[in-house]
Design a protein around this ligand. Structure first.
Ligand code: AHG
Ligand code: MN
Ligand code: MN
Length: 313
């Protein structure tokens, strides 16, 4: 056997091995694996629907489901009979869906396709998943056991946390998720800012906060996709993403259960923070599936600084 092959087998750590070595509980390991694999099917669906062929219809000439809806169908059908999922709550569904026999261990939340309006521009998009050990109508800190997101960009990457750090994997040509970064750790303070919402709709205290970041030389990085925008902060090891309260929507835009909780779980595991500008996201009790919250998420310094501005201190 050549040296190269030995080197390869010695250094490549795939997702299953990583979770096993990290002591992630068996069923949770299987579930995370299954969700990561589902990302491959969704990626195939994105490619299929985005072939940029004018007048493209499927072979039966039928209307195509929107990409968000078909990503949801894919997750639902993959998780429904997994044997590990009791309830599936999705941004694409009005109500929680019961799965299996009712004695399964986990409750799943999904934003099956985040940033779907970016598909035609060929920017990165993603899937966001939360894994809970009890009903999702609770504080994330009490109910969550894991979270992951998949980024469909030039590469397909997946970041998961099962409560023992945040780790990034890349999907290789053989179709395996291979470890690229273990225990990603954010710096106390970063240099990127990613501000959502129109400036003219911001509240004065938020505007002052952003002006402070700008005066300090923070670089603007906003793609309009929550997954790649958060991923950028994580991989660059710092900075702040915000989607604040707006004049006409005091609860902001992004959804607590499907978008904010999973990202807050991962960012906290990377040593960062996530708040509404007042309370930590993981301390917010979920009262409704479509509940929205303002969000300040990223390095500790910037998140705490936002609190100071918003509380007027
Ligand atoms: P979704 O595609 O799941 O509805 O989410 C879109 C979200 C999120 O990806 C992004 O952070 C935000 O919308 C962008 O909003 P703006 O277009 O207002 O910037
Ligand atoms: Mn979304
Ligand atoms: Mn979505």
């Amino acid at each position: 056997m050549g040296e190269g092959i030995n080197d390869y087998t010695r250094y490549v750590v795939d997702l299953r091995r990583h979770m096993w070595m990290g002591g992630v509980e068996t069923d949770l390991r299987r579930l995370i694996w299954q969700i990561a694999v589902t990302g491959k099917y969704i990626s195939a669906r994105i490619h299929e629907s985005n072939r940029k062929l004018a007048g493209f219809k499927n072979i039966y000439g039928e209307e195509q489901l929107s990409l968000d809806r078909s990503a949801d169908d894919i997750f639902k059908s993959q998780l429904q009979f997994s044997g590990f999922v009791r309830e599936y709550a999705s941004e694409e569904q009005d109500a929680v869906i019961s799965c299996g026999k009712g004695d399964e261990k986990y409750f799943i939340t999904a934003d099956p396709l985040d940033g779907s309006s970016l598909v035609e521009t060929n920017l990165a998009i993603g899937s966001i998943i939360g894994i809970h050990k009890e009903s999702v109508f609770a504080e994330g800190r009490k109910s969550m056991v894991a979270a992951l997101y998949i980024t469909y960009g030039p590469l397909i990457t997946m970041v998961y946390s099962a409560g023992k750090g945040a780790h990034e994997f890349v999907l290789n040509r053989e179709g395996e998720y291979v470890l690229s970064q273990e225990n990603i750790t954010l710096k106390e303070r970063g240099s990127l800012y990613s501000p959502g919402g129109l400036r003219k709709d911001w509240l004065p205290e938020h505007l002052k906060y952003v002006e402070c970041l700008e005066a300090e030389g923070y670089k603007l990085r906003y793609s309009g996709g929550f997954v790649p925008d958060i991923n950028q902060i994580l991989i660059k090891k710092g900075g702040i993403f915000t989607y604040p309260a707006l004049q006409k929507s005091p609860r902001g835009k992004l959804r607590l259960l499907f978008e904010l909780q999973p990202m807050a779980f991962i960012i906290e595991q990377a040593g960062g923070k996530a708040s509404t500008g007042k309370d930590y996201i993981l301390d917010m009790k979920v009262e409704a599936l479509d509940q929205r919250c303002p969000i300040y998420i990223g390095s500790r310094f910037e998140v705490e600084k936002a609190k100071e501005f918003l509380s007027g201190t």
